[in-house]
Design a protein around this ligand. Structure first.
Ligand code: FAD
Ligand code: NAP
Ligand code: FMN
Length: 578
C-alpha cells in the first residue's frame, strides 16, 4: 500500500474531513494497493487552460503528467492557441481557468470565451467536461469565468462528468480533489484509476519558494515621489544566499505582516479573553501573533460578511446578507476592514479559535520586478505604490504596501519568492522593437526591460509611454529614463502628466497623438506591452490600440479587432495588469 496522500493542514477541512479525503485519494490512486493494469483503448482527454499569471497553466501541466501515467491519451492546449472548430469533436474536455479584471476571462481566453458565449458555438451533446475555476473570494465576481464556461457548456448540451470546483486562492487541496474526481469519472466504469498509476507524492520543493519564502535583506527603501500625495517606494532586496533567480517580466511574491496597532485594537474590542489559537499551518500561536502573521484582517468581502452575520446580532448585517445584492455588498465593503466589523457589528465569538475560523489566510502580494538581473546581479528591485486613504473616519493603509514602506526591520524582513510570468516576456528576437505603456507603478517591469535591453545591447528599438499626476513630483526614475534616452537605448519617451494642465492627459492620448508612428512600429513587427491599472487604464489603452489600427491601418472595426487578437496570439501584445 502506498503511503497516504497528505492533505495540507491549512486546507479548509476539519480533521475528520482531512482523514476521509486522504483515505479516498490514497485509495483512488492505488486501487486498494493493487497496481492496476491498463485495459481497453486509451481514453482521449483534452486539457485546456486559461491563465493570466501561470497558476492554472501549472496545474494543467501537472494534470497532464498524471494523465500520461494512466490509460489516457491526453493533449494540452493554451486556450489562446486552441482551434475552436475542434470543440464539437472532442470527447472529454477538462478546463482550468482563472478569472481576471472585474470578473473577466484571462487575456488568453478573451477570444475563446467570446466565441463560446456567442451564437457561433455549436451544440456539444457528445462532449463530457469538467471545470476547475480559479479565483479569489476577495473579488466580487468570484470565479466568474469558470462559472460562465461551465454553465455555457451545459446549456450547449455537454455532460458535466464531475462538478466544477471553485478555488479560493490556494489551489493545492481543491486541485487534489478535482483531479482525483475527474480521473475517477473518466475511468471506464466510473470509479478508480484505469491504469498502472501508483500514488506518487509530489517531490517537496527544494530551496526557497512560495511554501518556503526567503527572508531578504533590504538594500534600498526610499520614496521616489517628491512632496505631494503619492508615495511610491523603490525597494532593493538582496538575493544573496537564496539561490533565487528571475527573468525580466517575472513578479516577486511578498508575504506581509499586518499592522500591530490595528491588531491590538481588534483584540481590545473582542468579547473574549485572548488565548492561543490554531494558525492556518496547524501550529498553535497567540491570538496577537496569529493576527499579525497569519490571518487576513484587511478588506471585507461577501464571504466573511455571511460568516460574521451568523454570529452577530447586527440588524444591518442581517438585512444585507438576506438581500444578497452584489452592489449592496460592494458598497458596504468599500473602504472598510475587519476592524469595522469588530467595532460596529460585534459578534458573540466565545473564543479565539472560533474567531479566527471566520478569517481567511493572509495572502502574499505580487509585485512586478523592476530590475534586470543582468544590471543588478544578486538583487531584486520593486516599485511599490503605497496605498493610504481615509474612509469612514479612519486612516487606513494597504497591508503589504505599508508593510514594505513602514514596517520592515531586521526582525521582520520581507519574505519573498519568485513568481514566474511566462506570459510577459521580452521578444526572443532582440532585434524586435518594443513599445511599453506603463503609467504609475506600471513602469516597474519596463525599467527591468530597458535595463535588460541595454545590458544585452539588443538592437531593437524601445518606446516608453509613462504617466503620473505631476512632472515635478511623480516622474519616477527620471534620471535613469533620461540617461537611457540620451544613450539611445530608449528611442522614444512620451510622458503624460495627468494633472499638470486643466484637461487630463493620459498615456492613451499620447498613443493616439503618435498613432501613425505607432502603427508603423507595429507594421515593422514591434511587440506591445502594457502594465499597471487593470480597471481603467488597460481598457482605455486597448481601445486606443483598436482606434490606431482602424485609423492608420484603414481597418474596419472587425478587422481591427482581428488584428489585435492576432497580436495577442503571436505574443506581440502582452499585459501585466492588476
Ligand atoms: C501581477 C501583479 C503585479 C503587481 N505589480 C505591482 C507593482 O509593481 N507595484 C505595485 O505597487 N503594485 C503592484 N501590484 C499590486 C500589489 O500586488 C498589491 O495589490 C498592492 O500593493 C496593494 O496591496 P496592499 O496589501 O498594500 O493593499 P490591500 O491591503 O490589499 O488593500 C487594497 C484594498 O484597499 C482598498 N482601498 C484601496 N484604496 C482605497 C480607497 N482610496 N478607498 C477605499 N478603499 C481603498 C480596496 O479594497 C483595495 O482592494 C501587482 C499586482 C499583481 C497581481
Ligand atoms: N486595481 C488595483 O487595485 C490597482 C490598480 C492600479 C494601482 N493600484 C494601486 O494604487 C497605487 C498607486 O497606483 P499607481 O502608482 O500605479 O498609479 P495610478 O493610480 O495607476 O495612476 C497613474 C497615472 O495614470 C493615470 N490614469 C488614471 N486613469 C487613467 C486611465 N483611465 N487611463 C490612463 N491613465 C490613467 C493617473 O491619472 P489621475 O490619477 O490624475 O487620474 C496617473 O497619472 C498602488 O498601490 C497600486 O498598487 C491598484
Ligand atoms: C488583477 C486581478 C484581478 C482578479 N480578478 C478576479 C475576479 O474578478 N474574480 C476572481 O474570482 N478572482 C480574481 N482574481 C484572482 C485570480 O483569478 C487568482 O489569483 C488565480 O489563482 C490566478 O490564476 P492564474 O495565475 O492562472 O491566472 C484576480 C486576480 C488579479 C491579480
Amino acid at each position: 500500500m502506498a503511503s497516504p496522500i497528505q492533505i495540507p493542514n491549512d486546507a479548509p477541512f476539519t480533521a475528520e474531513q482531512r482523514a476521509w479525503l486522504s483515505d479516498f485519494l490514497t485509495q483512488m490512486l492505488t486501487l486498494g494497493g493493487q497496481p492496476a493494469t491498463p485495459s481497453g483503448p486509451a481514453v482521449p482527454v483534452t486539457v485546456l487552460y486559461a491563465s493570466q499569471t501561470g497558476t492554472a497553466e501549472g496545474l494543467a501541466k501537472k494534470l497532464l503528467k498524471t494523465l500520461k501515467k494512466g490509460n489516457f491519451a491526453p493533449e494540452i492546449h493554451d486556450v489562446a492557441n486552441y482551434d475552436c472548430a475542434k470543440l464539437s469533436s472532442e470527447k472529454n474536455l477538462l478546463i482550468l481557468t482563472s478569472t481576471y479584471g472585474d470578473g473577466e476571462p484571462p487575456d488568453s481566453a478573451t477570444e475563446f470565451h467570446a466565441w463560446l458565449m456567442s451564437d457561433a458555438a455549436p451544440r456539444l451533446e457528445s462532449l463530457s467536461y469538467s471545470v476547475l475555476a480559479l479565483g479569489d473570494t476577495s473579488y466580487p465576481d468570484f470565479c466568474k469565468c469558470g462559472i460562465e464556461i461551465d454553465t455555457r457548456l451545459e446549456s450547449l448540451g455537454a455532460t458535466c462528468i464531475y462538478e466544477r470546483v471553485d478555488v479560493d486562492v490556494d489551489p493545492d487541496a481543491p486541485y487534489a480533489i478535482w483531479s482525483a474526481g475527474v480521473i475517477a469519472a473518466l475511468s471506464p466504469g466510473g470509479s478508480g484509476f484505469p491504469s498502472n498509476v501508483e500514488a506518487e507524492s509530489e517531490p517537496l520543493p527544494t530551496g526557497y519558494s512560495k511554501t518556503q519564502p526567503f527572508p531578504a535583506a533590504v538594500l534600498q527603501n526610499y520614496n521616489l515621489n517628491g512632496s505631494g500625495d503619492k508615495q511610491t517606494h523603490q525597494i532593493a532586496l538582496s538575493l544573496e544566499g537564496s539561490d533565487l533567480n528571475y527573468e525580466v517580466g517575472d513578479a516577486l511574491g511578498v508575504f506581509p505582516l499586518n499592522p500591530p496597532d490595528v491588531v491590538d485594537e481588534i483584540i481590545a474590542n473582542l468579547p473574549f479573553k485572548p488565548s492561543d489559537v490554531p494558525a492556518p499551518n496547524g501550529s498553535e500561536v497567540s491570538l496577537r501573533d496569529a493576527l499579525i502573521h497569519h490571518y487576513d484582517i484587511g478588506s471585507l468581502n461577501k464571504s466573511i460578511l455571511q460568516k460574521w452575520q451568523a454570529r452577530s446580532g447586527s440588524p444591518f448585517l442581517r438585512s444585507l446578507v438576506a438581500a444578497d445584492d452584489k452592489q449592496a455588498y460592494d458598497d458596504f465593503c468599500w473602504g472598510r476592514d475587519l476592524i469595522d466589523l469588530v467595532i460596529d457589528h460585534p459578534a458573540d465569538f466565545t473564543d479565539g479559535e472560533e474567531f479566527v475560523s471566520v478569517l481567511k489566510k493572509l495572502q502574499p502580494r505580487l509585485y512586478s520586478i523592476a530590475s534586470s538581473p543582468r544590471a543588478h546581479p544578486g538583487e531584486v528591485h520593486l516599485c511599490v505604490g503605497v496605498v493610504r486613504y481615509e474612509s469612514h473616519g479612519r486612516k487606513r493603509g494597504g497591508i503589504c504596501s505599508t508593510f514594505l514602506a513602514d514596517r520592515l526591520s531586521s526582525e521582520n524582513p520581507p519574505r519573498i519568492y519568485v513568481h514566474s510570468n511566462k506570459a510577459f516576456r521580452l521578444p526572443a528576437d532582440a532585434a524586435t522593437d518594443v513599445i511599453m505603456v506603463g503609467p504609475g507603478t506600471g513602469i516597474a517591469p519596463f525599467r527591468a526591460f530597458l535595463e535588460d535591453r541595454k545590458a544585452t545591447a539588443a538592437p531593437g528599438r524601445n518606446w516608453l509611454f509613462f504617466g503620473n499626476p505631476h512632472s515635478a513630483t511623480d516622474y519616477l526614475y527620471q534620471d535613469e529614463l533620461e540617461a537611457l534616452h540620451a544613450d539611445g537605448v530608449l528611442n522614444q519617451l512620451d510622458l503624460a502628466w495627468s494633472r499638470d494642465q486643466k484637461e487630463k492627459l493620459y498615456v492613451q492620448h499620447l498613443m493616439l497623438q503618435n498613432g501613425a508612428e505607432l502603427w508603423n512600429w507595429l507594421q515593422n513587427g514591434a511587440a506591445f506591452y502594457v502594465c499597471g491599472d487593470a480597471s481603467r487604464m488597460a481598457k482605455d489603452v486597448d481601445q486606443a490600440l483598436l482606434q490606431i489600427a482602424s485609423e492608420h491601418g484603414k481597418l474596419s472595426a472587425d478587422e481591427a479587432a482581428a488584428f489585435i487578437s492576432q497580436l495577442k496570439k503571436d505574443k506581440r501584445y502582452q499585459r501585466d495588469v492588476y
